[in-house]
Design a protein around this ligand. Structure first.
Ligand SMILES: Cc1cc2nc3c(=O)[nH]c(=O)nc-3n(C[C@H](O)[C@H](O)[C@H](O)COP(=O)(O)OP(=O)(O)OC[C@H]3O[C@@H](n4cnc5c(N)ncnc54)[C@H](O)[C@@H]3O)c2cc1C
Length: 416
């Protein structure tokens, strides 16, 4: 039999998540073939800032927050262990900030930290302006009221993470097949039996759709909302003591990540789609000069002393969102053998743990380590008419207004 004819598990998608799944499966002695339509890390994983932020955003949904943290905390442990096992992907736990640049934001951060402490998230700290500047002095004259700070967050090199996972998967016997797009997941009587690509059919007992922003193209049962993001990197600079952070700049959301190992500073933000009303393209990976300038404005807005620094590269990429903002991880109901692992807007905080959890599911036909119900792809998801054109933050705010307002959060927290 030829190598691509049959296997135990087909993983579709060669980003950090797909490679993590292939690695964990192969390590358990399970036959796995990973198919990637381009090169490894050619999707969001190779365009990402590498921030590892365990609880991103200003989410007020109590249950979601608690369960989400279970997964991302597991991921943090696993990243530390992985670095010893597969090689150095420059993972550093240097902390992360959520910065308040207005009094209104400061008041909302105080409330959020109070809620998180009540939920047992004792690591999260509320820092005043002085404490924030002590950790991150490059804020300079910028108005900063204070911040939410998580010391165990950090960042990593997403290319290295993805390629090292793939290399380790291969060492354990996985087959990695790049430049091979999966055209169809083949079914027979409600059971998934394999995939079809230009090289023919590959039979499999399990198929894992790990294509993130593209997942709905192969699995119509899940609604994935693609989100365009932009990013930019500077020339190498001396050490700046800058941590990953999220903040608003002139009302717009921006995120930054600390320096790479070589000293380059990376910053990014929301990218609007290209195209016309009614025909927006959220998958456009080309960046316009105006967007690079916007990124540069974010950077200089937060760190005015860096105005003289040269930008060496900028890019756009597509990540994913789901109708309730929580990734899909698990089996598709009534489709025996099909798992979907997609909908990641901040996948570096999930990838390592997800590989292990999917392997657990495939070997035991259930999740054991942590509660996974909120990630169930079969959960009822609201049908939402999204406001177009949207950016990542628009989606979060839209959901928050609908489902996660302060009044509801206060009610729920009093019941705990
Ligand atoms: C500009 C930018 C900045 C970001 N910054 C951060 C950050 O700082 N921290 C963070 O945690 N997250 C960040 N993200 C999000 C993060 O990159 C994603 O959440 C993460 O990479 C998802 O990994 P993945 O493997 O699921 O998806 P991807 O890396 O997108 O992998 C999916 C793969 O599937 C392949 N594929 C699609 N269709 C098919 C098919 N039919 N057949 C075969 N292969 C197929 C694609 O080519 C792709 O390589 C950022 C994203 C962008 C775009």
């Amino acid at each position: 039999m030829k190598v691509f004819d049959a296997t135990d598990v087909v993983v579709i998608g060669g980003g950090a998540v797909g490679c993590s799944i292939a690695y964990h499966l192969a390590k358990e002695g399970i036959d796995v073939i990973l198919f990637e339509r381009g090169n490894l890390a050619s999707g969001a994983s190779g365009r990402c800032g590498g921030m590892v932020v365990q609880l991103y955003g200003r989410e007020l949904n109590i249950d979601k927050t608690r369960k989400r943290l279970n997964l991302t905390q597991l991921n943090t442990h696993r990243l530390l262990e992985l670095q010893d096992k597969i090689g150095d992907f420059e993972y550093k736990q240097i902390g992360s900030f959520d910065i308040a640049v207005s009094e209104e934001e400061w008041n909302s951060l105080k409330k959020l930290v109070e809620i998180q402490h009540k939920l047992g998230d004792n690591e999260i700290e509320l820092l005043d302006e002085k404490q924030t500047r002590e950790i991150m002095p490059i804020f300079g004259d910028r108005t900063v009221f204070g911040s939410r700070y998580r010391p165990s967050d950090g960042n990593l090199n997403p290319f290295k993470l993805t390629y090292l996972l793939a290399r380790a998967a291969k060492k354990h016997g996985a087959v990695i097949c790049t430049n091979n797009k999966i055209e169809e997941i083949i079914e027979d009587n409600g059971k998934v039996i394999g995939v079809r690509s230009c090289i023919g059919k590959t039979k499999a007992k399990w198929v894992v759709n790990a294509t993130n922003a593209w997942a709905s193209q192969l699995t119509k049962e899940v609604e994935i909302i693609p989100v365009r993001e932009i990013a930019m990197i500077t020339e190498a600079l001396p050490e700046l003591r800058s941590c990953p952070f999220e903040a608003r700049f002139e009302g717009e959301f921006a995120y930054g990540t600390t320096q790479t190992k070589d000293g380059n500073l990376l910053i990014g933000g929301p990218g609007l789609p290209t195209g016309e009303p009614g025909n927006y393209n959220y998958y456009d990976e080309f960046i316009r000069l105006s967007e690079t300038k916007r990124c540069a404005e974010y950077l200089c807005g937060f760190f005015p002393s860096l105005r003289h620094v040269n930008v060496i590269r900028s890019w756009a990429g597509t990540m994913a969102f789901t109708p309730d903002g929580v990734p899909f991880i698990g089996p598709i109901p009534n489709k025996e053998g099909l798992l979907v692992v997609a909908g990641f807007a901040d996948g570096m905080a999930d990838a390592a743990a997800v590989g292990e959890l999917i392997t657990e599911y495939i070997t035991q036909v259930k999740f054991i380590s942590i509660p996974m119900e909120i990630f169930d792809p079969g959960r009822p998801c609201p049908k939402i008419e999204w406001p177009h054109p949207y950016v990542h933050e628009t989606l979060h705010e839209f959901l928050a207004k609908k489902y996660n307002n302060l009044e509801l959060a206060n009610k729920r927290i009093n019941q705990i």
